[in-house]
Design a protein around this ligand. Structure first.
Ligand SMILES: CC(=O)[C@@H](O)[C@H](O)COP(=O)(O)O
Ligand SMILES: NCC(=O)COP(=O)(O)O
Length: 237
């Protein structure tokens, strides 16, 4: 079974636009779990433009499914995750000014740095996952680091699949086969959506978890619009 972890960054983006507490991030996280999602993902960024560090703390008592915190393991992020002790930490090599995540780790170049970080999280009972492009050397590098899981960075697949290029799945399938052989658990995420998730799942053996945010929240808004517009019309009669 592949678990769905819903990334709620975009709920925080919407809330922050007005400075109040609408929508209520904690209630949304509780409801997403009530509706059946098996995990909640957040990606607190240093500028706190969506998820704030305090949100990450407050969510600890709300998330009873898998709690996955993503980010670049600089000092403040490392301290935050060690304080919260979520189920899983996903290490992402974000540049400080990146608009969103845009690359996986070079697990060879940064191998010894990541090994130390991974060991620190594991000593604290936190499962680790390393965000990687679907490149076989990077999967082998992740294995050497000692992480339990990798997260396949799916932006390239999602983009190409949207253009009709189904062969874009091939490096992901090959990477998954290697990861399975090496005993690495496989997560995936970035730009997965209702359009591409089924094809992706069918072609990735052993896919344990997907984290989906941007498309899922956009789809939820769109699929709810008809209902909400009509609720307003009823009240305005
Ligand atoms: C690692 C990854 O692909 C996602 O966490 C993505 O980066 C979402 O972050 P934003 O919501 O800040 O774009
Ligand atoms: N790890 C990927 C994630 O959490 C969500 O990415 P996206 O669906 O917002 O692109």
């Amino acid at each position: 079974m592949t678990k769905l972890s819903v990334n709620i960054n975009k709920i925080a983006t919407l809330r922050n636009a007005r400075g109040g507490n609408v929508p209520d991030l904690l209630k949304v996280a509780a409801d997403i779990q009530k509706f059946g999602a098996q995990g909640i993902t957040i990606h607190p960024r240093p500028d706190e433009r969506h998820i704030r560090y305090q949100d990450a703390r407050d969510l600890k008592s709300i998330v009873y499914t898998e709690y996955n915190i993503e980010g670049n393991p600089e000092k403040t992020f490392l301290d935050l995750v060690l304080e919260i002790k979520p189920t899983q930490v996903t290490l992402v090599p974000d540049a400080i000014d990146a608009i969103t995540s845009n690359a996986g780790w070079d697990t060879i170049k940064h191998g010894s740095y990541l090994t130390e970080i991974v060991q620190e999280f594991q000593r604290n009972g936190i499962r680790t996952s390393i965000f990687v492009d679907p490149v076989l050397e990077m999967i082998e590098g992740a294995k050497k680091i000692g992480t339990e899981r990798i997260e396949l960075y799916t932006e390239a697949f999602a983009h190409q699949f949207g253009l009709g290029n189904q062969n874009a799945i091939l490096p992901y399938t090959e990477s998954a086969i290697l990861a399975n052989e090496l005993g690495l658990g496989i997560n995936a995420g970035h730009d997965l959506s209702l359009d591409n998730i089924q094809f992706f799942k069918q072609n990735i053996p052993g896919l344990l978890e997907v984290s989906i945010g941007h498309a899922l929240i956009a789809e939820a808004i769109y699929l709810g619009l008809d209902n909400v517009v009509n609720m307003y019309l009823q009240k305005l009669k």
